[in-house]
Design a protein around this ligand. Structure first.
Ligand code: BEZ
Ligand code: FE
Length: 299
C-alpha cells in the first residue's frame, strides 16, 4: 500500500465515520458560512439517521414525502413553508432573529402573503365581501424611544369570516379581499375597517396535512390579523394581532402565539363613534400599537 493509498483509505466512507468523511469534502468551500452550514447539516443529518435507523423503504418514503411537498407548491401555495411552520422551525428562526427587547414581538409570516396588498387610504374598509362582524383597528407605529413614526407602511392581511384567504378562494372572494397597505399619518397613527377574523385550518389537503393527521395533530390556527410594518431607519416587523379568547390560542398548529400579541376586541355600542368610523352600531374595536427597533440593533 502506498502513502497515497493509505490517505485515501482513511477518507473512505464507513458507518462509523460517515459524517466526518462527508463533511471533509466541504473543507475547500470558499464561503466560510456555507462551509459551516454544510458541515453542521451533515453532522446533524447523519446523527438523525443513526438515531432513527430507517429502512430503505422508509428512506424512500421520506424522499417521496419531500418530493410531494415540492410538487404541491404553486405560485399561491407554499407547502415547504407550511412544513417548516408545523415543525416549529419557522417560529424558531423568526424568534432568534427578532429578540424583541422593547419592540413588538414578531411571529411567522405564513404562506398567504403571496400577492401584493393594495395601497389604501387610512380608514378604508378591507372587507370587500361584506361578510363578518365589522371591526375598527387602530394603532400607532412608534420607535423603541416612544417617538411616533410618520410615513411607516402597515401591510395587513387576514382570512375571511369563513376562515379562508382570498387566494384560496379566487372564485368566491373578491381579488385582494381583506388585504391593505396603509401609511401612517403625521402622528404615526393608522386605522382601518375590517371584520373580526376567525380561526381557521392551515391547508391540510396536501402532504403536510397528512403528516398532521398521522401524528394526531389538529391543523388549526387561532384568529389573527397579519401585519408587516416597515419604516426607513427601522427594522421591518412581521407579526400578528391575535383575538383574545379565540379557539386554539393555546394550541396553534404553527406555534405562532406570543402573549404580548393577544388583544381583546370589545364590542362598542356608541352610535356617534360608529358613524365617525363608518361602521354599523354596535361594532368591535381593537387597538394595536406597533413598536419598531432602530435598524442598526442586531438580535
Ligand atoms: C397564516 O397565518 O397565514 C399561516 C401561517 C402558517 C401556516 C399557515 C398559515
Ligand atoms: Fe394567517
Amino acid at each position: 500500500m502506498t502513502a497515497d493509498d493509505s490517505v485515501q483509505a482513511a477518507a473512505r466512507f464507513s458507518e462509523e465515520r460517515s459524517a466526518e468523511v462527508v463533511a471533509a469534502t466541504f473543507a475547500g468551500t470558499a464561503d466560510p458560512r456555507l462551509r459551516a452550514v454544510m458541515t453542521s447539516l451533515v453532522r446533524h443529518l447523519h446523527d438523525f439517521v443513526k438515531d432513527v435507523e430507517p429502512t430503505t423503504e422508509e428512506w424512500a418514503a421520506a424522499i417521496g414525502f419531500l418530493t410531494e411537498v415540492g410538487a404541491t407548491c404553486t405560485p399561491t401555495r407554499q407547502e415547504f413553508i407550511l412544513l417548516s411552520d408545523v415543525l416549529g422551525v419557522s417560529m424558531l428562526v423568526e424568534t432568534m432573529n427578532n429578540r424583541a427587547g422593547q419592540a413588538t414581538e414578531s411571529t411567522v409570516e405564513g404562506p398567504f402573503h403571496v400577492v401584493e396588498s393594495p395601497a389604501r387610504e387610512l380608514g378604508a374598509d378591507i372587507a370587500l365581501d361584506g361578510k363578518g362582524e365589522p371591526c375598527l383597528v387602530t394603532g400607532t407605529v412608534k420607535g423603541t424611544d416612544g417617538v411616533p413614526v410618520p410615513g411607516a407602511t402597515v401591510d395587513v392581511w387576514q382570512a375571511n369570516a369563513d376562515g379562508f384567504y382570498d387566494v384560496q378562494q379566487p372564485e368566491l372572494q373578491p381579488e385582494r379581499n381583506l388585504r391593505g397597505l396603509f401609511t401612517t399619518d403625521d402622528e404615526g397613527h393608522f386605522w382601518f375597517r375590517t371584520i373580526v377574523p376567525r380561526y381557521y385550518p392551515i391547508p391540510s389537503d396536501g402532504p403536510v396535512g397528512r403528516l398532521l393527521e398521522a401524528t394526531g395533530r389538529h391543523p388549526n390556527r387561532p384568529a389573527h390579523v397579519h401585519f408587516d410594518v416597515r419604516a426607513t431607519g427601522f427594522r421591518s416587523l412581521v407579526t400578528h394581532l391575535f383575538v383574545a379568547g379565540t379557539p386554539y390560542i393555546d394550541s396553534d398548529a404553527v406555534f405562532g402565539v406570543k402573549d404580548s400579541l393577544v388583544r381583546e376586541f370589545p364590542t362598542i355600542d356608541d352610535p356617534a363613534r360608529a358613524a365617525e368610523a363608518g361602521l354599523p352600531n354596535p361594532f368591535r374595536a381593537v387597538h394595536f400599537d406597533v413598536v419598531l427597533r432602530p435598524e442598526e440593533t442586531r438580535p
